[in-house]
Design a protein around this ligand. Structure first.
Ligand SMILES: Cc1cc2nc3c(=O)[nH]c(=O)nc-3n(C[C@H](O)[C@H](O)[C@H](O)COP(=O)(O)OP(=O)(O)OC[C@H]3O[C@@H](n4cnc5c(N)ncnc54)[C@H](O)[C@@H]3O)c2cc1C
Length: 349
């Protein structure tokens, strides 16, 4: 990387043709790991908890193509004050930022796939596909002039678009232009999973729909200027709008979280919790704004802590994985209606 006066002047690339310098007016770091930011002296932040070993793969079994998801998405260790281990992949963590470690990660992942195949009594031809590259989620990101937060349901004047929360239905967040831009290099932006976000928000910004949003915004900006400190934000926003992007939640009639949290329950349920409902299995989960969720079965009608048999639900709540597609987020009023139908003894509570 060549830099001069807080600008990248050339990227040095090496491939079959030997060494080449690419001199560009503006540069977008879409390496996923903020490599260009790091090498150019732009500020970066590492994901300190590291990545679990992920070794997702497809296998043929009785004529059906099944996905095995070893190594779930994982929020930071401190999420809701609870540490979750992943029994499938052990406790080892990978930073994703070291060549030798990444090679070791691929070897560990492929061994994990082989062990699982053998355990199931399957053979090599039953393996349909597996990842040839390391499966990392959060590694290193740009230290942006803005760092959006999952809890901050903010309005951003410089919003470049709106993203959802892949773990729960409902919440949406504006993303500021500032999460693409660092504090030092004038002609550099980040896009994709290495844009700025707090650890919890990072788990939302790293997914593909958000990567497309930040990629489009960064590319559009790069076509406008080679000095992002002086970019005309309203002009950028006009271009993004013209391409069909919605920039502010108010344009969709979406209220801020604080307003939507006012439950019309009146009630015995308490308004500050989120409720998740599995109608098929008759399971209701109460997620308070602080502390661990409680779970209730239609057959027992008692709020209790999660047990080993409920682990997929806990994962669904904390990590958005496993059985998440079976859960519907419902209001406190709806939860009360469900409980009344089940015959829950409110008066005894
Ligand atoms: C197991 C797993 C399951 C997932 N499932 C989903 C899902 O179901 N839905 C979803 O939305 N998201 C999912 N994700 C997340 C999502 O796929 C990624 O976060 C997203 O694709 C990241 O896109 P990106 O373009 O920012 O980075 P990447 O896709 O990582 O692309 C970065 C590119 O830059 C290249 N590169 C990096 N460094 C250099 C360098 N120094 N020199 C040259 N080239 C370099 C890399 O080779 C790569 O091609 C999953 C992630 C994992 C690990």
């Amino acid at each position: 990387m060549q830099t001069e006066n807080d600008r990248i002047t050339a990227l040095m690339l090496e491939n079959k043709s030997g060494r080449t310098a690419v001199c560009a007016g503006s540069v977008i770091d879409a390496t996923g790991d903020a490599d260009i930011c790091h090498l150019s002296g732009e500020g970066t932040v590492n994901f300190t908890p590291g990545n679990v070993l992920a070794s997702w793969y497809y296998r043929q079994e009785n004529g059906v193509n099944n996905l095995t998801m070893h190594g779930y998405a994982e929020p930071p260790k401190s999420y809701l004050g609870k540490t979750l281990s992943d029994p499938d992949v052990g406790g080892k963590r990978y930073s994703g930022l070291d060549g030798a470690e990444l090679s070791g990660m691929v070897i560990d992942a492929h061994k994990n796939v082989l062990d699982d195949l053998l355990k199931r009594g399957l053979k090599a031809p039953d393996l349909t596909s597996m990842a040839a590259i390391p499966q990392v989620r959060m590694t290193r990101r740009i230290d942006g002039i803005a760092t959006p937060d999952e809890d901050n349901d903010a309005y951003y004047e410089d919003s470049i678009g709106i993203i959802g929360n892949w773990k729960v239905r409902g919440p949406s967040y504006e993303l500021p232009f500032g999460c693409l831009k660092g504090k030092k290099i004038r002609n550099l932006l980040a896009a994709g999973r290495c844009v700025a976000a707090t650890d919890l928000m990072w788990d939302l910004t790293r997914v593909i729909p958000t990567c497309t949003l930040t990629g489009e915004a960064a590319g559009t900006a790069a076509a406008m200027t080679d000095d992002f400190t002086a970019i005309d934000i309203p002009a950028l926003q006009a271009k993004l709008r013209a391409n069909g992007n919605v920039l502010h939640k108010s344009e969709l009639g979406l209220q801020k979280k604080a307003e939507t949290k006012k439950e019309p329950d009146g009630s015995r349920m308490g308004g500050k919790a989120r409720y998740e409902y599995d109608a098929e299995r008759g399971v209701l989960i109460r997620c308070p704004s602080e502390g661990m969720p409680k779970i209730m079965d239609k057959s027992s009608l008692v709020w209790r802590d999660f047990g080993p048999q409920d682990d997929p639900y806990l994962r669904a709540i904390l990590m958005g994985q496993g059985c998440w597609e079976r859960l519907d987020t419902i209001s406190a009023a709806e939860a009360e209606r469900v409980l009344t139908e089940w015959g829950y003894p409110f008066d005894d509570e």
